[in-house]
Ligand binder design. Structure first.
Ligand SMILES: [Zn+2]
Length: 431
């Protein structure tokens, strides 16, 4: 094994042919892939067939990526409704149960079919572009339970790059630090806030982050990574830190390269930016909702609306990759938001409130302190129900049960929460 200093983490590609395709070849390639997946999905996915039939489209009408615009966008709410009507997948699955390996369960609940052979490119491309190399020992601190990210996407993609994975999952910071030390782990996968936890805890344990730990590269996702935080962590650990973006259903939609120049769109996805109100496609440079089409036959989502806002650019990246890039994730189109990497939406806020008859008005406020998300459930109570520690604890328990994220309850005087206030007031700012 070469010494750490000799490893070239800055150059090269995971799939050079795809990543460096000249623009015309890329267009042809994506046109062909669009035709193929629409034909496949029309034959094998009831939901996709219904979608095309409803607007009188046949697969032959889709010749290019531009033609995809004729197909109505599928929103997450629609996916959830269809899953209720025709469980478990709402007809979106593209293979039979016997061809699946796993069924993932994301908050909602939403059920995601998992393929028998994982072939997705994006995360592996992202790990490589970050500087992960064969033989690296990578700790995967994302959650391995229920949701597809750690087990399906990260674990498989690390294997595709040739890294050795320590499937440590979330939590147990001290134990994770001991693992980092005894295995000389040099690659990290997890949320930015967990990396902060590791830094804080390791320092508490009297360790020197650069001398006693061996982290050289890190790939973070599921939370925002402001530049100030990135440079702080890179400096503390002496590591390269890059981020990726994706969703549980459509999976990887962007990854940063060494140039930190926005997030390259993987070569097995089509990403459009559309006007969130009208659904009309927007040109590069305009802010809109990320809508994506995947080439995955197990779960062939066509024009899936992520609900996330971003801006796309097609200007060349000095790294040599020719894919368009998402400049930044700018938040959610509706009130839903992510708190510590988990989706929180107004319906959950209502559900919490409905469990406590003493609450009259309520609002969730999301803030950020020292690079960590904080969620406060503000509640006004009925006159005859004075605030008490018991009620506070009961509501906090409901928050954990319903929203799966810890939140503090704050009782406020009646009249504090304005009429028509947003159910979720996201007060975080990002630089
Ligand atoms: Zn690049």
């Amino acid at each position: 094994m070469p010494a750490q200093e000799e490893i070239d983490r800055a150059s090269g590609f995971f799939k050079k042919n795809l990543e460096t395709m000249p623009r015309e070849r890329r267009t042809e390639y994506l046109n062909r892939k669009s035709r193929e997946i629409v034909q496949y999905a029309y034959r094998h996915s009831q939901a996709v067939r219904n979608k095309l039939d409803a607007v009188g489209l046949k697969p032959k009408d889709i010749r290019t990526t531009k033609d995809l615009e004729k197909i109505p966008i599928t929103k997450k709410t629609e996916l959830m409704d269809l899953q209720k009507q025709s469980p478990p997948f709402g007809g979106f699955e593209g293979v039979s149960l016997s061809e699946m390996r796993r069924i993932y369960v994301s908050p909602g609940p939403i059920y995601e079919p998992g393929e028998s052979e994982y072939e997705e490119l994006g995360w592996a491309q992202g790990f490589f572009a970050t500087g992960f190399r064969p033989g690296d020992i990578a700790i995967n601190t994302f959650s391995y339970h229920m949701v597809p990210f750690a087990l399906q996407m990260v674990d498989n993609s690390l294997h595709m790059v040739g890294c050795v994975t320590v499937p440590s999952g979330v939590g147990n910071t001290e134990q994770q630090i001991n693992i980092l030390r005894s295995l000389r782990v040099n690659a990290f996968c997890g949320t930015p806030s967990f990396l902060i936890n590791i830094a804080e805890k390791a320092q508490e344990m009297g360790l020197d982050l650069r001398r006693d730990l061996n982290l050289r590269v890190g790939f973070v996702a599921a939370e925002m990574l402001p530049e100030s935080l990135r440079s702080e962590l890179e400096k503390k650990f002496g590591m390269i830190l890059r981020q990726g973006y994706g969703t549980a259903d459509i999976r990887c939609l962007g990854y940063e390269c060494i140039k930190k120049n926005g997030m390259h769109i993987p070569d097995d996805k089509i990403v459009e930016i559309v006007d969130p109100e009208t659904g009309a496609p927007l040109p590069p440079g305009k802010t809109g909702e990320i809508v994506s089409t995947t080439f995955d036959k197990t779960y062939p989502l066509i024009r899936f609306g992520t609900g996330d806002l971003s801006v796309l650019t097609e200007t060349p990246c000095p790294c040599g990759r020719t894919s368009p890039r998402l400049l930044k994730i700018l938040g959610r189109i509706d009130q839903a938001t992510k708190v510590r990497g988990l989706f929180v939406h107004p319906g959950q806020v209502d559900e919490v409130a409905s469990k406590h008859s003493e609450i009259t008005k309520y609002q969730v406020v999301v803030t950020r302190r020292e690079h960590k998300d904080e969620m406060t459930f503000r509640a006004e109570l009925k006159e005859e129900a004075p605030p008490s520690e018991r009620v506070k604890e009961e509501i906090e328990k409901s928050i954990r049960d319903v929203m799966k994220v810890r939140g503090d309850v704050q009782f406020v005087p009646r009249g504090t929460i304005p009429e028509g206030a947003r159910k979720i007031d996201d007060q975080r700012t990002w630089d």
